[in-house]
Structure formats: C-alpha cells, structure tokens
Design a protein around this ligand. Structure first.
Ligand SMILES: Nc1nc2c(ncn2[C@@H]2O[C@H](COP(=O)(O)OP(=O)(O)OP(=O)(O)O)[C@@H](O)[C@H]2O)c(=O)[nH]1
Ligand SMILES: [Mg+2]
Length: 211
C-alpha cells in the first residue's frame, strides 16, 4: 500500500533487482564516485538489511536478531557490471549497546557518505510498530535540502492488524509529506510497489549534490 504520488505502478519496474553484486564495504571513506545510490537508513533493527534482501529476492545483506549487526556501509550493485545503480545498506542508529566511541563515530561517518554520494533515493526504513523517530526526521530534514526523492518504508507490517496498518500510515502522513509504503520483508509484502518507486527514482535524471 503506497500513499502519495507513486510515479509508476509496480508493472513499470525498470530495474532488475535480482542477483545484486556485492561491491564493497565502506567505513570512514567517502562514497565511490562512479556509482549512484538508493540509501537505506533507519533505526537499528528496523529491518534495513532484510528489506534489501527481500527486494532482491535472496540473502545478500547480513541480517541478525541482535541489533547493531551492520557496522559498515555495504554496497550492492543492481543490474550487472555495466550498471551504476547501487543499494547502500547503512548501519542503524539508536542502538545503545554499541560502544560509546562507535556511537559517536556513526554520525560523521554516515553524514560523510550521505553528503558525498550521488543519492537518487533515500529509503528510511521504520519498524511500523515504533513509528518514525527523531533521528529519522533529522535525516529526512537534512536530505530535504537536496530536493531528491525520499521514501518511508514501514517494515514489519506482518506484526499489525488492518486498523493498526492504517493508523501507522496516518501517523507518518501527519508528520511528514514523503511517500510511505507498508512493507513486510518477512512476508514479502509491498515489494513490487517499492521496487517500482525506486526504479523510477533510479531512471530519473540526477539532482544536485549537497554542497
Ligand atoms: N516480523 C518481521 N521481522 C522482520 C522483518 N524484517 C526484519 N525482521 C527481523 O528484524 C531483525 C532485524 O533485521 P535486520 O534486517 O538485521 O535489521 P537492520 O535494520 O538491518 O539492523 P542493523 O543492521 O542492526 O541496523 C531480524 O531478526 C529480522 O529477521 C519483517 O518484515 N517482519
Ligand atoms: Mg543491517
């Protein structure tokens, strides 16, 4: 279920999401320049890596029960060697058990990536039971300056009944004007809709990077 202005229907999927190629893990470096990105951000344990795996139909990004699994930015190239379209799986924020030093280093490392990467879509993955958080909002605010597309993926929708799903979408719409998709990485719900939207972003003309 998608909310506002989905530019293409799911039948218009133009990017091949299957069999992405793992390129590299990025630590403190800037984003590789010759690629462009769909960047998956969100609270630790929201399901970013699982969403990527479900979109791609396999086990590519590492998933764990314990939060804080993804520590580096992992890059997955879509559509074969000649393509520059890349999914970036970022470490989650808000996980208290990682060391203080690591928590402190998160923001500058991630911000450097977000500010240097040619991002065609920022996908904020949210656990639909928790709703959108302060850090999600801060990232969306920061990113809004780029005037490039952002989406909110309300993941783990398998945990909600129908009325709770509507309430979760309504809560996001009351907070921010960004397309929102109900998704379940576990039950493979919302896959075609998110693929369709991301495809349209990847196929659109690039926007100006942040200065
Ligand atoms: N019920 C349910 N569980 C899910 C879903 N997506 C992910 N999970 C579970 O949530 C936990 C965290 O998933 P990850 O994909 O590792 O989450 P992440 O956001 O990448 O976590 P970090 O890398 O630690 O930031 C795992 O136990 C997943 O199996 C979903 O759609 N439904
Ligand atoms: Mg992860």
């Amino acid at each position: 279920m998608a909310s506002n202005e989905t530019p293409h229907s799911s039948s218009a999927v133009g990017i091949n999401f299957s069999n992405p190629q793992f390129i590299c893990s990025v630590g403190a470096n800037t984003a590789p320049e010759d690629l462009y990105y769909v960047v998956f951000v969100g609270r630790s344990n929201a399901g970013k890596s699982s969403v990527i795996n479900t979109l791609c139909g396999g086990r590519y990004a590492r998933v764990a029960k314990a939060p804080g699994r993804t520590r580096l930015i992992n890059l997955f190239r879509l559509g074969g060697n000649s393509s520059a379209a890349t999914l970036a799986d970022l470490p989650g924020y808000g996980y208290a058990a990682v060391s203080k030093q690591e928590q402190r280093s998160w923001a500058p490392r991630m911000l450097r990536f977000l500010q240097t990467a040619d991002i065609r879509c920022l996908a904020v993955v949210v656990d639909c039971r928790r709703g959108i958080g302060q850090m999600d909002m801060q990232l969306l605010d920061l990113y809004a300056a780029r005037e490039a597309p952002a989406i909110i993926i309300l993941n783990k929708s398998d945990k909600l009944n129908q009325s709770q799903k509507y309430a979760a979408i309504a809560a996001v719409r009351d907070t921010i004007n960004v397309p929102v998709f109900l998704f379940s990485a576990l039950k493979k719900k919302g896959v075609a809709e998110v693929q369709g939207y991301i495809s349209s972003c990847l196929l659109a003309a690039p926007t100006e990077p942040l200065q």
